[in-house]
Design a protein around this ligand. Sequence first.
Ligand code: RP5
Length: 180
Amino acid sequence: MASKKKNAVRGEPVESIAVVMGSDSDMDVMQSCIEQLGEFGIKPVVRVISAHRTPEIAAEFAENAVENGIKVIIAAAGMAAHLAGALAAKTILPVIGVPLISSSGLEGIDAFLSTAQMPPGVPVATVAIGKAGAKNAAILAVQILALSDNGLAKKLVEFKKAQAKKVIEKNSALRSRNVS
Ligand code: RP5
């Protein structure tokens, strides 16, 4: 399993996916990302790191991510959300950005634009604002790992089947209640 490999340098167990968020106030939403990863059997590295309040730690985390066995970084932040971009600037790993709704009153559009509008040469794979994006970030990260992990690829196939089954069941339930 990708998430249980040993660190080649220190011989410690390492996790393949990092979930980094700008503040502990982001945890409510990012919990759904962590739970979604858990459904695929992945326990991520989880950190609170701020691009603005702890820029040196953000740079250090990204610079050491490859050596620490991380393969995909999920970065979530609200307001002027530069975390995903700041991490992407310092690593060759794929970075998935999750824009979050904060108390700014802009419903996450501020974070969405800050995360998505990266200059050419430093991509951030930006997902939807909030909980849907948090969940999709987990699935996208698993899809990236599944390119070289058959076990995860099989789990993704099952996930898609289960998802489709739920929709078909909801449609049947609706029809049995004679909703035209
Ligand atoms: C961002 O500012 C964080 O990601 C969070 O969404 C927002 C507000 O942070 P707190 O003031 O709640 O720590 O950097």
